[in-house]
Design a binder for this molecule. Structure first.
Ligand SMILES: Nc1nc2c(c(=O)[nH]1)N[C@H]1C(S)=C(S)[C@@H](COP(=O)(O)OP(=O)(O)OC[C@H]3O[C@@H](n4cnc5c(N)ncnc54)[C@H](O)[C@@H]3O)O[C@H]1N2
Ligand code: MOO
Length: 411
């Protein structure tokens, strides 16, 4: 298959909408239960009720003395000290009127006690018979010590049965902490989209190997792996194939049932060895071009119901294509916020080509304005790495001046 089919041309929006439609089937990924220590950044599939009251029991907010509010009279009160309750498993006896008990932060407040006086507001004395008393001075903040002062009531944070977390929350440390605090060990989360990353090209060599003349390190595999993870999906398979349609078909067969989506890089343009094109064409896929630069050549299709989104091989084109067409869908499925796309002011004049949306690699300067950092070549990986924004120049714009408004995509 060496004769390229005539290509058709789409707008960026048309292709984005075709990709989104193809990925519609993978958006309902189902649910899985994972240990909370492995659940960071996952998204809750259902609301999580609390199995317990929090705090679990009535406990002290201060190191000090648990007393009865009714025993506190005037500015100073002297009470007998009858023992100590530390923060540890304990079922303390009720506090008798006229007595106090030493108590530590987090320790069980004994029945009968309803105020904790911080140790800083107390003075302990032991008489010649060894009887310990404590003189409780005025509260440092002034005023009366009301019932409940420095006592953390059971259930005052959340009651058993109340919702700890709603469905759709992206789990951060604070969410996982409340699950752990309630004694929960696992959580039901949305299953991540399982993605296969397939790079193609007889010229590719693994980073770390020694390239001979004509060989290129495979950077798209690494870039797409990181990008897929950042978009909230999971890299379930990674492969590199030479330019042989039978090899690629055999790989697609292996991936069937194992992944929800296949991303490929390379092999879709006008050459003699376009393996992805040769496989997708007979499968009824679309292979054509999109009015953008980089990332002009694009393709999509499916193999036995598994969607395949095919990116052009040039590294900048691959990375940009993922951001433009696939990342928004994966982020939405994963419950992640979309990447920031905001208006910005150009720091310098720029030129563009007619009929294509340009994505210039740029940098946001200290004054907030943006400027290009690298040339337009889609092989310029270092230029892309040096950029922190993409500057978007619309299809019908040929020249812009410093100070003009553009859209900037934060990378
Ligand atoms: N006659 C034409 N030639 C080309 C056209 C065209 O319209 N007419 N389009 C050019 C554009 S634009 C692009 S983009 C590329 C896309 O071609 P492919 O998708 O077939 O990509 P390849 O030819 O396989 O590779 C292109 C380039 O990228 C390098 N590459 C590929 N994979 C990787 C990888 N995993 N890691 C690093 N680098 C990779 C590859 O070695 C090539 O240099 O076609 C133009 N040609
Ligand atoms: O359209 Mo290509 O992706 O510029 O290098």
């Amino acid at each position: 298959m060496t004769t390229p089919a005539p290509t058709s041309r789409k707008t960026v929006e048309q292709h984005a909408s075709d990709v989104a439609a193809l990925l519609d089937e993978v958006t309902d990924t189902g649910v899985e239960r994972v240990p909370i220590d492995e659940a960071a950044a996952r998204v809750t599939a259902v609301a999580v009720p609390s199995p317990v009251d929090l705090p679990l029991f009535r406990n002290s907010q201060m190191d000090g003395f648990a007393v009865r509010a009714a025993d506190l009279t005037g500015d100073e009160t002297r009470l007998r000290v009858v023992g100590e309750i530390a923060a540890r498993p304990i079922d303390p006896a009720p506090l008798e009127p006229g007595t106090s008990v030493r108590i530590m932060t987090g320790a069980v407040v004994p029945p009968g006690a309803d105020v904790v006086v911080p140790v800083e507001e107390s003075e302990v004395e032991t008489d010649q018979d060894g009887v310990e008393t404590v003189l409780l001075g005025p509260a440092r903040g002034g005023g009366e010590r009301a019932v409940g002062l420095f006592v953390r009531e059971r259930g005052s944070d959340v009651r058993a049965g109340e919702e700890l977390l709603p469905a759709g929350v992206r789990l951060a440390s604070r969410h996982l902490a409340v699950l752990a605090a309630a004694g929960i060990t696992t959580v039901e989360v949305r299953r991540r989209v399982r993605v296969a990353i397939v790079t193609t090209g007889a010229e590719l060599v693994e980073p770390g190997e020694t390239p001979t003349l004509g060989q290129t390190f495979d950077s798209n595999g690494t870039a797409l792996t990181a990008a897929v993870v950042a978009a909230g999906a999971e890299v379930a398979a990674r492969a590199r194939v030479v330019d042989d349609a039978d090899v690629l078909l055999a790989l697609l067969d292996d991936l069937h049932g194992e992944v929800d989506l296949i991303l490929t890089s390379g092999g879709i343009s006008m050459g003699e060895h376009e393996v992805v094109r040769d496989v997708l064409g007979p499968l009824g896929g679309w292979i054509g071009s999109v009015a953008m630069q980089p990332g002009g050549p694009q393709a999509l299709g499916a193999y036995r119901g598994v969607p395949i989104i095919a990116f052009p091989g040039n590294p900048v084109s691959t990375q940009l294509s993922f951001e433009v067409f696939v990342a928004p869908v994966l982020r939405r499925v994963a419950g992640l916020p979309q990447a920031s796309r905001v208006p910005a002011e150009l720091a310098v004049a720029v030129r563009s080509v007619p009929g294509k949306r340009q994505f210039l690699r740029g940098r946001r300067r200290g004054d907030g304005r943006v400027e290009p950092v690298a040339g337009p070549g889609s092989h310029l990986v270092a230029g892309l790495a040096a950029s922190d924004v993409l500057i978007v120049i619309p299809e019908d714009t040929l020249e812009l001046d410093a100070g003009d408004a553009v859209e900037a995509w934060t990378l």
